[in-house]
Ligand binder design. Structure first.
Ligand code: NDP
Length: 250
């Protein structure tokens, strides 16, 4: 199936590693041009180099997605380089897990900011390009989480990931008539460095193998495949939706 992504210009936040890196690679396989955006500038540079070896144009941008001026500058730089922006994946995010009685304001703000403010700033910056008279085409995918259903120890993360789904629906309603679809993906447990760094990683893996209908942890490429579909021409009548990529685990 031709996804129709050749030469499209993509911005992937948190693109240096994990799920974001896999999304960049999947888009490169489709011939898209990829801006690897990450606060880890060295990691973003290495990932952009890797994408270039796959035969596509790729650039790295060292950006904290919660910084308004940096996000605006990055989007304008991408549009200046490649003419426009067609695809945005709001993927940057992290956890700061603890019981709510132990949770400081900084623990709350940092998680909510990277997930919600980051998506808001990046989306606001790309939309003028996607909705412009001569283009009227864009795709945005927000990486939520199965944690939107609520997890103990993740009040900040669960609230932000649930909020991201509301943001997705609002954006789909505002922008559908301009040719822009906006969807969200809720991954289950995906085997990335962020998960491998957990002190109880072995237990997490074991639990995933025992309790997931598809009895394993997910791979970053499982998420990337679903993202590529929602970003594609083939998904032009799908908007405001949430797709779980969780091996059937709710
Ligand atoms: P990783 O930690 O492996 O990768 C995330 C990348 O985002 C890192 O390079 C990180 O940089 C970067 N990043 C973090 N904060 C910012 C910021 N403010 N601005 C720019 N870049 C930033 O995470 P995953 O690949 O596991 O997760 C990717 C997304 O998927 C996240 O939104 C996560 O919540 C979501 N998700 C992950 C699941 C999983 O099981 N792995 C399950 C469900 C959802 P640095 O290294 O400096 O922190």
């Amino acid at each position: 199936m031709d996804l129709g992504l050749r030469d499209k210009v993509a911005i992937v936040t948190g693109g240096a590693r994990g799920i974001g890196a896999a999304i960049g690679e999947r888009l490169a396989m489709e011939g898209a041009r990829v801006a690897v955006v990450d606060r880890d500038g060295a990691g973003a540079g290495a990932q952009a180099d890797k994408l270039q070896t796959m035969g596509v144009e790729a650039r790295a941008y060292a950006v904290d997605v919660t910084d308004e001026a940096s996000v605006n500058d990055m989007v304008e730089a991408v549009a200046d380089t490649w003419g426009s922006v067609h695809l945005l994946v709001n993927n940057a995010g992290f956890t700061r897990d603890m019981r709510i009685t132990k949770m400081g304001v900084g623990d709350w703000d940092s998680v909510v900011d990277v997930i919600l403010k980051g998506a808001f700033l990046c989306t606001r910056a790309v939309l003028p390009h996607m909705t412009a008279e001569g283009q009227r085409w864009g795709r945005i995918v927000n990486i939520s989480s199965r944690a939107h259903l609520g997890n103990p120890g993740q009040a900040n993360y669960s609230a932000a990931k649930a909020g991201l789904i509301g943001f997705t629906r609002a954006m789909s309603l505002e922008n559908g008539r301009f040719g822009v679809t906006v969807n969200a993906i809720a991954p289950g447990i995906i085997d990335t460095q962020a998960v491998r760094d957990l002190p109880h990683y072995d237990k997490v893996r074991e639990a995933a193998e025992k309790t997931t209908p598809v009895p394993r942890m997910g791979n970053p490429s499982d998420v990337a495949d679903a993202v590529a579909f929602l970003l594609s021409e083939r998904a032009s009548y799908v908007s405001g939706d949430l797709l779980h990529v969780s091996g059937g685990r709710y």
